[in-house]
Ligand binder design. Structure first.
Ligand code: ACO
Length: 403
């Protein structure tokens, strides 16, 4: 084993920080989080105000340009996004190469990565205009790509974007419209989807965002860097939490089994945890959850899902956890995934699409973080160090001499 003292002497002191829990990998002006106080801000604006007063596209503009737009700037931005919502017909052929039952995130990783083949040689990331058009293309195309992944899994024809609709209404329509049934989303459902997108737009240096920055730091094509971010998001420890909420609600099955599961959640010898409760960063309250709870109640009412057993269980769990000493003492409040899981399920979105919707929302965060990194003076390739713990140099033995 290597002599650690000698190593330090030769290479100087450095930090070992598994998971980067105390090491900042970059400076950023996009998002501020104070987990203890339950604060999340984008460019200085609180997430509660943005979710209440803004739209997802306006938040995209804010993250991208650094300021809220004037009406004229916003009209131009919406026009620019609208010009890029279609994807090339050749790109749509990629879907048919996947198994019919492929996870939609597998399609997202592949198809977004494939965008790099469409915008490659002509893309000069050192040119600010090219970086800007990359932001517009990604924000515009990602709902089209996600909705097509859903349609492919259903075996239904793709629905083309309708630029007369708002961003979220268009996304819902591309998912749910069919040639035999015109789908008109309820305004409450559109607003709830828009809020889910706003609340997931950026969350500083989480695993997928760090992945996009690291992949992009080698000056790789930004579409492929975002595809790497989608891969990182796919994992259950990152984007899969709201899917886990729905699995848990289905496992509980009937309201009379709730006490049994609450008991299991409290048992230190049982690995079971109430999914959608607690947060690694927000230790008092998840500011995004507060906002989404309101949309959750509204959606359950307008779609008439409140009486379904699964949603009754959800509401009962919420009530118990907010009153039970175990959860209060440990500050285990319902988190954003708890409410987003319920909303998405109530509006008819299958659980395997939940992470795709997260990817749609987070695309603006990924690409603006990428842009911020590329625009940094002296931008350098990301290259974490390691602490080697293996063998020191040893002689090679021919295979005939190995015991
Ligand atoms: N249900 C029951 N008990 C819980 C839960 C839960 N959901 N979460 C934490 N606890 C308990 C722990 O058992 C521990 O109890 P103890 O002090 O008696 O040992 C105490 O609360 C503190 O838990 P930690 O694991 O130290 O909290 P940590 O901050 O590490 O975990 C986490 C946060 C992973 C989110 C956890 O609360 C959890 O697993 N929640 C359920 C899954 C979930 O919803 N995840 C999405 C959150 S999004 C995100 O964090 C990226």
């Amino acid at each position: 084993v290597v002599d650690i003292a000698k190593f330090y002497k030769e290479f100087g002191l450095f930090t070992l920080d598994p998971g980067f829990r105390s090491t900042a990998s970059c400076e950023s002006k996009l998002t501020f989080i104070d987990g203890d106080k339950g604060v999340l801000q984008h460019r200085g604006y609180s997430i509660e105000e943005l979710a209440e007063k803004s739209t997802y596209l306006e938040v995209c503009y804010l993250l991208d340009m650094g300021e809220l737009p004037t009406q004229a700037q916003f009209d131009e931005f919406k026009h620019l996004i609208a010009t890029h919502t279609m994807v090339h017909e050749q790109l749509l052929r990629f879907y048919s190469g996947y198994r019919r039952d492929a996870h939609p995130m597998a399609l997202m990783v592949g198809v977004v990565g494939a965008l790099s083949a469409f915008y490659h040689d002509s893309l000069n990331i050192r040119d600010p205009r090219h970086r800007e058009i990359t932001v517009h293309r990604l924000v515009a195309k990602i709902p089209t790509i996600a909705a097509a992944a859903y349609k492919y899994s259903k075996g239904q024809p793709f629905v083309y974007p309708n630029n007369k609709l708002s961003y979220s209404a268009n996304f819902l329509t591309m998912m749910f419209d069919t040639p035999c049934d015109e789908y008109v989303p309820h305004p409450v459902v559109v607003r709830a989807m828009d809020r889910i997108l706003i609340l997931h737009a950026d969350h500083e240096q989480n695993a997928s965002t760090s992945t996009v920055r690291l992949a992009g730091s080698s000056l790789a094509n930004p579409f492929s860097a975002v595809s790497a971010g989608i891969s990182a998001l796919w994992g259950p420890a990152h984007g899969g939490a709201n899917e886990a909420v729905l699995r848990m609600l289905k496992e509980i099955g009937t309201a009379d089994r709730i006490p049994e599961f609450i008991q299991r959640a409290k048992d230190p010898d049982d690995p079971f945890r109430l999914m959608g409760f607690g947060h690694r960063v927000y230790k008092n309250t998840d500011p995004r959850a507060r906002v989404l709870k309101q949309s959750c109640d509204e959606v359950l009412e307008v779609v008439g899902a409140g009486e379904q057993e699964i949603f009754k269980i959800a509401m009962k769990l919420e009530e118990i956890a907010l009153q039970d000493e175990y959860f209060i003492q440990r500050k285990l409040f319902p988190n954003v995934d708890f409410y987003s899981g319920i909303i998405l399920s109530a509006i008819g979105i299958p659980t395997n699409m939940f992470t795709c919707i997260f990817a749609v929302a987070r695309t603006i965060g990924w690409i603006t973080q990428w842009k911020e990194m590329i625009e940094e003076p002296g931008q350098a390739i990301g290259r974490p160090r390691q602490l080697y713990t293996g063998y020191d140099i040893r002689p090679y033995k021919p295979i005939s001499e190995r015991g």
